[in-house]
Design a protein around this ligand. Structure first.
Ligand code: M6R
Length: 591
């Protein structure tokens, strides 16, 4: 999705803006640009990577500027549609994230009033509206402009003759970085981590003026104060640290992530989640994409350990259920805390009277501000578009939540907690097998279609494996509950459709073995992922990847790491841009 940055202070803005834009590349984009104010507003933009834009730029004097990476929604990726956009005078420049839903109507109106539009974007309308209302006071003009706008926005406005930058937000994240006689603005924290770790999150409806020495924010015309928070992530964590890709680095960080996420909660004497009336009778879990797979694992774990009914819903679907069908407690799972569909579902649930908790990785994210309570995962910044360590951290948080309410006897609960704490070592064992997994991945890379199967809790991990493979290796892959293949998909089985089968050492094992036999009889090569020492699988499958033995409920963790490595090495073999898969973005802030 689009990224925005701004700088105002004592230093030259150009290198800071370009560096901050480069830090936002992980979000996915197709064009980029910057605008600097000194004597006039200078705009440079194109449908190129940030490094190419940087090379093409002259040295630009100026200590105030804004920048943007665009992920096209309205109009093709090309120079004229790239941000910043300016008004007719060229003295006002705007960068924007979000979608203006009534832009066509506003454009028609403004065109009648004499404004000339140069792009096909929805954003340009903001520059013209600000121009229309501007009579010397930029913040008043922005306030008037956003009154006319419907939709979502995080917007930064620069005017050549003004000493401050104006910012505004509604339904799209915007964070201010507080420095020493300089301030930063960004759509998300990694953009500014090289400069400051003191941040202030704007809330919906906020309009602010940022100068080198001050930040003033108002809402509905009244001054408001937003708390300054300290971000614990370091800028090093948001860099590749010697790995070829962020994804591989993030996969390797998982033992640490498991430890950190456990230690976050291990000392809690009370259950880590407040529940209505102190009773946990049912839960509704909501999420999208990979986080939805965490919700599916969570459903299984809560049902297994607590014996309560749990629903796991895709937030994007839930929002269109005719009846909200709420429960006293809902948990939204979102690593970014900014996924539009998940946020919408959270608001809907709150309105319906549910207590809403969020499991998220980003302190101060919108999800954390909507939720009644937030459970933070400690994955650190995740830069690769493919979610890996954040997913593992979500699973650990869900295990810990379930354990804190579990009705297991004390001894069984203690054993499970001990096994949970052994998981970092188990994951290290999987990572030690990386080169063998990579060989299997290279075999997988030859195919254009693949099936993933699993049963019970590991059906969710088969889904995660298939999502990863299609997302980064561009191989069409489908996940099925192992028993379902024969109800249709068997028609597609052939020597050209490998099947990756997760065989957990639990009550589903025998059934999966039977399914593998059925598949082999139809000629598909089978790659099994099974517990160490499972001789029967080794004999049956064409290839086997062994994973360390653990409690069946915890097996998704080790199996997931195999799924991630398979996808990663298949993508590398196919020369795919692992961290920036085509058409995708890290943070999906549109519905
Ligand atoms: O930030 P969220 O966890 O809410 O994101 C949800 C999905 O967009 C995300 O998990 C997506 O599916 C990943 N790119 C998958 O690797």
């Amino acid at each position: 999705m689009c990224g925005i940055v701004g700088y105002i202070g004592k230093r030259q803005a150009q290198p800071i803006l370009l560096n901050s834009l480069a830090r936002l590349e992980y979000r996915g984009y197709d064009s980029c640009g910057i605008a600097l104010a000194s004597s006039g507003v200078a705009v440079y933009k194109d449908a190129v990577r940030v490094a190419e834009l940087a090379k093409s730029l002259p040295h630009l004097e100026g200590t105030v500027g804004i920048g943007h990476t665009r992920w096209a929604t309205h109009g093709a990726p090309c120079q004229k549609n790239a941000h910043p956009h300016t008004d007719c005078t060229g003295k006002i420049a705007v960068v924007h994230n979000g979608v203006i839903t009534n832009y066509q109507q506003l454009t028609n109106q403004l065109t009648k009033e004499g404004h000339k539009f140069l792009s096909e974007t929805d954003t340009e309308v903001i520059a013209h509206l600000v121009e229309k209302y501007y009579s010397g006071n930029l913040v008043d003009a922005v306030e008037n402009a956003i009154r006319d706008i419907e939709g979502s926005y995080a917007v930064i406005v620069l005017a050549e003759d003004k000493p401050g930058i104006v910012v505004a937000r509604k339904d799209s994240p915007l964070v201010l970085g507080i420095g020493d006689r300089e301030n930063f603005i960004a759509s998300d924290v990694p953009a500014i981590l090289d400069y400051t770790n003191r941040v202030m999150y704007l809330e919906d409806g906020d309009v602010g003026v940022v100068t080198p020495d001050s930040v003033s924010i108002r809402r509905d015309g009244k001054e408001v104060v937003r708390e300054t928070q300290k971000i614990l992530w370091s800028s090093e964590e948001a860099k590749k640290g010697g790995y070829e890709h962020f994804m591989l680095k993030e996969i390797h960080e998982q033992p640490r992530v498991i430890r950190d996420t456990i230690s976050e909660y291990v000392l809690a004497t009370e259950p880590v989640l407040a529940v209505p009336d102190g009773r946990l009778d049912s839960v509704l879990l909501l999420a999208c994409g990979t986080s939805y797979h965490a919700a599916l694992v969570g459903k299984y774990v809560f049902e297994e350990l607590l014996g309560i009914p749990v629903r796991a819903e895709l937030a994007s679907e839930f929002n269109y259920f005719r009846n909200c069908l709420t429960t006293p407690l809902s948990i939204a799972i979102t690593q970014s805390g900014e996924t539009a569909d998940t946020l919408k579902a959270m608001k809907r649930l709150k309105e319906a009277g549910s207590r809403v908790a969020a499991i998220t990785n980003v302190v101060g994210s919108t999800a954390s501000r909507i939720a009644h309570q937030t459970i933070y995962t400690r994955a650190g910044p995740e830069m690769s578009v493919a979610a890996t360590k954040s997913f593992i951290a979500q699973l650990v948080a869900l295990y810990w939540l379930a354990l804190s309410f579990s009705r297991l006897d004390a001894r069984t609960a203690l054993e499970l907690k001990m096994k949970l704490r052994q998981l970092p070592e188990k994951v290290i064992e999987v990572l030690d097998n990386e080169s063998r997994i990579a060989e299997h991945a290279e075999f997988l890379a030859k195919y254009e279609d693949a099936f993933y199967i699993g049963r019970g809790i590991n059906y969710a991990i088969a889904m995660e494996g298939a999502l990863k493979l299609k997302e980064i290796a561009y191989i069409h892959s489908e996940a099925y509950a192992a028993g379902e293949l024969k109800h249709g998909p068997f028609a597609l089985l052939s020597k050209d459709t490998p099947v990756i089968a997760i065989v957990a050492d639990d009550s589903t094992r025998e059934a999966v073995l039977t399914n593998i036999k059925e598949i082999k009889a139809r000629g598909s090569p089978v790659l099994a992922v099974a517990a160490e020492g499972d001789e029967a699988i080794t004999e049956l499958a064409d290839f086997t990847i062994s994973v360390p033995d653990t409690d069946p409920v915890l097996s998704p963790i080790v199996n997931t790491v195999v799924m991630q490595l398979l996808a990663y090495y298949a993508a590398r073999k196919r020369k795919c841009p692992v961290d920036f898969p085509r058409n995708l973005a890290k943070c999906v802030t549109v519905e």
